[in-house]
Design a protein around this ligand. Structure first.
Ligand SMILES: Nc1ncnc2c1ncn2[C@@H]1O[C@H](COP(=O)(O)OP(=O)(O)OP(=O)(O)O)[C@@H](O)[C@H]1O
Ligand SMILES: [Mg+2]
Length: 250
């Protein structure tokens, strides 16, 4: 299964992607976590030590070429993993698209294209899960980075701009042909889930679940530790474990 996590800036995409990756790995799945944010933070959230963040290995855009109008990887997925990925706790593999180190050196489209091909090449087998953490802009949907995912969740906070961003994301994802789409409420405090449910109903959108507002993430970030290592029993971490089970049940 392949799943993309999208939504407005700061909604919680990376926190959820990284914790979901670890929860799924603990539930016995082989997990490939893909960071398509060009300001990459997924590795830390998955459990790569903070010291490595200043010199992250990233994917090279020459892993793709166009042959007869079709996009092809120039290496196997195993070779790409070997050369560019990192191993995180619980056996999660993390692959980062790119991190620009020099300004004024052109657009990033080719990294989206490379990531799209990686997602396409990831196995469709039952015990394999590929999680794509996206950046806040909808550019990745215009480029079609998530074209080959089966599921896309738009993470929303319970306020209008966030919900509206989620609605736009899901409209583009539908246009891309992604089969299973839903809003995922995050940072939900008491009484706020109704706001998200009402928005979902009004716009005929599914709502897959709700992650409570939880200070554990703030404290985990202060300590520069993955939330699941910092507070495995925190309500939001447990809620993401529940989401993981729901995701694989379909
Ligand atoms: N359920 C939650 N409760 C409280 N804080 C949360 C929750 N989820 C995420 N956060 C906090 O919100 C902030 C943004 O989270 P995160 O970086 O995951 O968002 P993002 O959508 O990936 O952001 P970006 O658009 O920059 O990639 C972080 O400080 C994180 O700790
Ligand atoms: Mg993020």
């Amino acid at each position: 299964m392949k799943v993309a996590i999208a939504g407005k800036g700061g909604a919680g995409k990376t926190t959820i992607s990284g914790t979901l990756a670890r929860q799924l790995a603990r539930q016995g799945y082989e997990v490939l976590a893909l960071d398509n944010d060009l300001n990459p933070n997924l590795p830390l959230t998955v459990g790569i030590p903070a010291e490595r963040m200043t010199d992250l290995p990233t994917m090279s855009s020459d892993i793709v070429r166009v042959v007869d109008g079709r996009l092809e990887l120039t290496q196997s997925l195993d070779e790409i993993r070997e050369a560019h990925a990192m191993e995180a706790p619980d056996g999660v593999t993390v692959l980062v698209a790119h991190e620009p180190k020099k300004a004024d050196t052109g657009c990033m489209g080719r990294y989206h294209v490379a990531m799209r091909a990686v997602v396409g090449a990831a196995p469709n087998s039952q015990n394999y899960i590929c999680i794509l953490d996206t950046e806040a802009s909808t550019e990745h949907l215009k480029v079609g980075t998530a074209k080959h995912v089966d599921v896309l969740y738009a993470v929303v906070e319970p306020y209008f701009k966030s919900l509206e961003s989620g609605r736009r994301v899901l409209a583009l994802a539908r246009d891309l042909g992604i089969e299973h789409l839903a809003l995922l409420a995050n940072k939900v405090r008491e009484g706020e889930l109704e706001v998200v449910q009402q928005f979902a109903d009004e716009h005929d959108l599914g709502l897959i679940g709700a992650i409570p507002f939880d200070d554990c993430f703030y404290h985990a970030e202060r300590a520069a530790v993955a939330p699941i290592d910092f507070a495995p029993q925190a309500p939001a971490v447990v809620a993401i474990g529940k989401l993981a089970r729901k995701l694989v049940r379909g």
